[in-house]
Design a protein. Structure first.
Length: 101
């Protein structure tokens, strides 16, 4: 159960159908997804620290830094937020139009 709660994939895959149904707007899902990604990398950092190896901590810090820099680039400015939100809308339209089932 712990692995499920600390996984950003579970959060994303639980919220994606809600966005598809229109229950949850994409503007509300973006910060939740970004927060889930940072939470997952923070969990990986704790695991790396408990392993007490320099390489594991180094990689975990790089992963956490990458996610934080991504948030600092894409989230604070509303104009920058439109880029991933527009891409998500476009991919949603493609998925609805080109169904395999």
């Amino acid at each position: 159960v712990t692995a499920v709660v600390q996984s950003s994939s579970v959060v994303t895959s639980a919220l994606t159908p809600l966005c598809g149904l229109g229950v949850l707007p994409l503007e509300k899902m973006l910060p939740l997804t970004l927060g889930a990604n940072v939470g997952t990398t923070a969990t990986a950092l704790m695991a790396a620290i408990s392993a007490l190896t320099h390489d594991a901590v180094h990689i975990a810090l790089c992963h956490l830094g990458f996610n934080i820099w991504g948030i600092l680039i894409w989230f604070p400015a509303p104009a920058m937020r439109r880029v991933p939100l527009g891409a998500a809308r476009l991919l949603g339209l493609y998925a609805a139009h080109f169904r395999l089932v």
